[in-house]
Design a protein around this ligand. Sequence first.
Ligand SMILES: Cc1cc2nc3c(=O)[nH]c(=O)nc-3n(C[C@H](O)[C@H](O)[C@H](O)COP(=O)(O)O)c2cc1C
Ligand code: SF4
Ligand code: SF4
Length: 367
Amino acid sequence: MDNFFDICIGDIPVKSPVAVASMAGITDGSYISDLADYIGIGFIGGYAIDEKTIHAAKDLIRQGRDEFLPGNVTEEIRKQVALVQKSGVVPGVNIRASEAGSLVTLARELGNGIIYEIDAHCRQKFMIDAGCGEYLLLHQEKLVSYVQALKIAGVLVSVKIRAGVASDDPELARLLWRAGADILHIDLMEFTHEYIRKIRNVTPIFIIANNSINTFEKAKEIFAHGADMVSLARQSDPVTLKTLNETITQYTREHGWYNAPKQLCRGGDIRSLAFCCMPVKPCPLLPTLDKYQISPQEFVSVKQEGVRGTPLEQGANTCFGSLAYCCKDTTPCMFRDSTLKQEGIRRSVYMNLKRDLSRKIMQHIFS
Ligand SMILES: Cc1cc2nc3c(=O)[nH]c(=O)nc-3n(C[C@H](O)[C@H](O)[C@H](O)COP(=O)(O)O)c2cc1C
Ligand code: SF4
Ligand code: SF4
């Protein structure tokens, strides 16, 4: 059951696609431990880790805001991370830093097994003046240097952003992915699934979507457009998280691939090429292949290579002679279903095989 959803960050398995997002002064090790049964990643903090950001945190406290301000921040994070790890949840630490050097020092002190999340999200003026939070979205060369410094230190990196602040979020997403970031954690604000689709279509980076995603319906919509996880902060209570985790688990038992995309012709993202037909008719497939500079012949060979030696090679009675070209399990089709029945392949297994195919196609596109 441990990697039921087949989610890994680096080589760390994650047991649920639901996370808790950080809230300064609130989300610490015991906060996450209390919710451990329902979540895969717990982001503690944010912690101010150097002189300028600690100064900003003190200013915020004077204004009446909650902040973590321990005497020894490295030891405090070490202690809180240990609590999260003990509860079986992957620890993420949301960090406010004013320079790359302080991030690297922290990473050297605390080592691996932790996701270091750069806070490029905070919009409090004191933090922005200290050169962190939103400042980084407007000074992207500095943000990229943070990511690179942490990657050189050999640790896992997440970047927490607020949608709509940078001038071009898909371009920023590509920049961060190329710099080596493992996760893009996005506070969507008022943006919808369409925003996630745009990010997914330009980068294979692991996406955590955030902001008021507190029901299964909302999570499903976001998953179907490219998110890998959802996170909650204000409504990270046991009832909401338990319900979300249980419903997603139940859905996945029946359908497999918990974040399967919609079909391309129904507004699906680039992962949906795994469900596309042979490129033989006028439909959104040909212009999409053209956009990614993939010839129809190349597409056919990527599909055929991708399913070689797997049960998706079967399907002589389907439209294109192979399950490689077949639709989502939720699209009714007696030809596909009779093949699956004949081969003894459950729907959930079929969809998981499609996920494997989709990963190969993504690798081909983005390598
Ligand atoms: C009290 C409070 C403190 C927060 N502190 C942080 C923080 O330190 N770092 C950060 O990246 N986001 C912080 N956030 C933003 C949340 O992680 C999250 O992005 C936002 O609340 C929207 O998600 P939600 O609708 O699930 O609450 C904070 C939010 C709240 C309400
Ligand atoms: S190839 Fe098939 S599934 Fe893909 S967009 Fe065209 S009609 Fe839709
Ligand atoms: S056989 Fe059915 S599932 Fe397969 S491509 Fe044709 S319509 Fe889609």
